[in-house]
Design a protein around this ligand. Sequence first.
Ligand code: PRP
Length: 212
Amino acid sequence: MAKKDMLNVALPKGRLGEKVYDIFERAGFECPSIKEKNRKLIFENEETGVRYFWVKPSDVAIYVERGAADIGVVGKDILLESNPDIYELLDLNMGKCIMSVAAPKGYVDDNSRTLRVATKFTNVAKNFYTSIGRDIDIIHLNGSIELAPILDLSDVIVDLVETGTTLRENNLEVIEEIVPISARFISNKSSFKFKNQQIEKVVKAMAEKVGK
Ligand code: PRP
């Protein structure tokens, strides 16, 4: 297969990405070299016509939107936050969690004050509070969001809750669920047109493996 006809797949680096690759493998798009223990970032299998690369989870949509990758897998949280111009083709039902508002246990909201909200997901938080007509002061953080209300940097946080352990261990609790999140299979728009058969084949095979 000519290199330009290969399907370029952006996978999110980390635990979720490894599980996602396993689904690609079970769906018939294996690439054994990916299992070698090294620091390589690109792996290809000319027989199955796929080329995988590991990227930071929050960068997957950028590679796909700009066509450096034809397809990829990314959390719905990132799609909601950055609203990339891509097609969302399949919910993989993995990496499930809930985008939530959380606060210190017993927190009571004072509606007359601007609410201080710490989050990585600035746009998601703004959209949510706009929809309920609440004034907020956004504090953008890059990680360990749970620290913010503990140190009185914020009143509440907007963050992903999976098992709830991080909140529990820091005396915080969910006060509102905003939206359920899971991993999504996405495609570049022009790749979807020009590599349609290849992409549809992958989507169909993946859908069968995740029970859709
Ligand atoms: C995520 C999220 C929470 C935690 C939730 O953080 O931001 O902190 O996982 O999981 P739990 O409900 O199972 O405890 P992540 O590990 O991605 O790191 P971060 O602090 O950099 O956001």
